[in-house]
Write a protein that binds this ligand. Structure first.
Ligand code: PLP
Length: 384
């Protein structure tokens, strides 16, 4: 029996590793050089050309993780997103974006696109027909994010890939929330997969990085722009990220398990009016999530019952920290209406279904009993 791809933990541990020929060390050696002797006139190794030994090795692991042919590693998730978008959409072109996107991506579109002569539309919701409705003559790219922030809305990946093929468009996905452990969009026909590696790939809240995975042809096109934009990641951090990825499968599976248990616990709790987690039968996109995800991830959100003080709730939590970032081994929580979506008007938030009492919860790898106890004691405190 031949399997097309090795299992996730095998890829995490081994794919792309460099051999230490000199000392036979157990891990990839780190090459920090910014200058390399020419092998021939064609191959010039230089960090900004994305071709140092550690970058090439990690790109192989990234490609293996997402079942793609090739990859590039960037200095941030946004460097990967902006460079990839601009490689396929130029002056006069149009891009269709999902309505619910990561804040930084929304800012890139609304603050920068016009300056570069790029046109765009946002869909009215995440249904496939809403994407098709926005396609124009000059559309080049269709861009989705699933599950999306903060209500964990799920988009039909296969349907989007088919629409893109039908209209001869490049399909792109921000796969950060799911991670390659839980979702591999290339298997469903998506062309370009993006990650903020700052999140589950790094996993320890100490690395800022991004990556893009696609076919050789698409990666070459992105590379042509990337080498001029100059958004590569330093080799030291590339090496750190390789180290982090070795345990990604273990971490994310532990986070999946904790999140599902905690979502069930919160859903039954009298102080919680609603829980949004794709792994719950009550989630509107649960069946779709089941059809395209291998696990439901570590991200969820929930609403406190009307009248409960959500600011005080966050302050009373002892183990779970209030933090903007997500996907680390430590559990964190934030209030979207005060932070990630704080710049929207109350009406805009309402339209997106974001209530003031909504909490976004990034579940870590702590013991779930301890997390439940922390939530319980904070709820008890605010009930008075
Ligand atoms: C964090 C994040 C990004 C941006 O990544 P940076 O590494 O902060 O540049 C993009 N998309 C999603 C879904 C994210 O969570």
């Amino acid at each position: 029996m031949t399997k097309k791809h090795p299992g996730i933990n095998t890829i995490c541990t081994h794919s792309g590793e460099l051999e230490d020929k000199q000392f036979k060390g157990a891990v990839s050696p780190l090459y920090m050089a910014t200058s390399y002797a020419f092998e021939d006139v064609e191959v010039k190794r230089y960090p900004r050309y994305f071709n140092t030994p550690n970058q090439v090795a990690l790109a192989k692991k990234m490609a293996a993780l997402e079942h793609g042919e090739a990859a590039l590693i960037f200095g941030s998730g946004m460097a990967a997103v902006s460079t990839s978008l601009m490689a396929f959409a130029q002056k006069g072109d149009h891009v269709v974006f999902q309505n619910t996107l990561y804040g930084g991506t929304s800012n890139l579109i609304t603050e920068e696109f016009e300056k570069f002569g790029l046109e765009y539309s946002f869909t009215k919701d995440s249904k496939p027909e809403s994407f098709e409705a926005e396609i124009k003559k000059n559309t080049k790219v269709i861009y989705i994010e699933t599950p999306s922030n903060p209500l964990l809305t799920v988009t039909d990946i296969k349907a989007i890939a088919e629409i893109a093929k039908k209209h001869n468009l490049v399909s792109m996905i921000d796969n950060t929330f799911a991670s390659p452990v839980n979702q591999n969009p290339i298997d469903f026909g998506i062309d370009v997969v993006l990650h903020s590696a700052t999140k589950y790939m790094g996993g320890h809240s100490d690395i800022l990085a991004g990556t893009v995975i696609a076919s050789e042809e698409h990666i070459d096109k992105i590379f042509q722009l990337a080498k001029n934009f100059g958004g590569n990641l330093s080799d030291f951090t590339v090496w750190m990220l390789e180290r982090s990825l070795k345990t990604m499968g273990l971490r994310v599976r532990a986070q999946n398990e904790n999140a599902l248990e905690l979502a069930r616990f919160l859903e039954k709790h009298e102080d919680i009016s609603r829980v949004f987690y794709p792994g719950l039968e009550s989630h509107p996109d649960h069946e779709l999530a089941k059809s395209q995800m291998k696990g439901f991830g570590g991200m969820m959100s929930f609403e406190l019952r009307d009248g409960l003080d959500f600011d005080l709730f966050q302050k009373k939590l002892k183990l779970i920290k209030s933090s903007m970032s997500l996907a680390g081994v430590e559990s964190t929580i934030l209030s979207p209406s005060k932070t990630s979506h704080g710049l929207l008007s109350p009406e805009e938030r309402e339209a997106q279904g974001i209530k003031d009492g909504l909490m976004r919860f990034s579940v870590g790898i702590e013991e779930k009993e301890d997390l439940m106890e922390d939530l319980e004691q904070a709820l008890k405190e605010i009930r008075g």
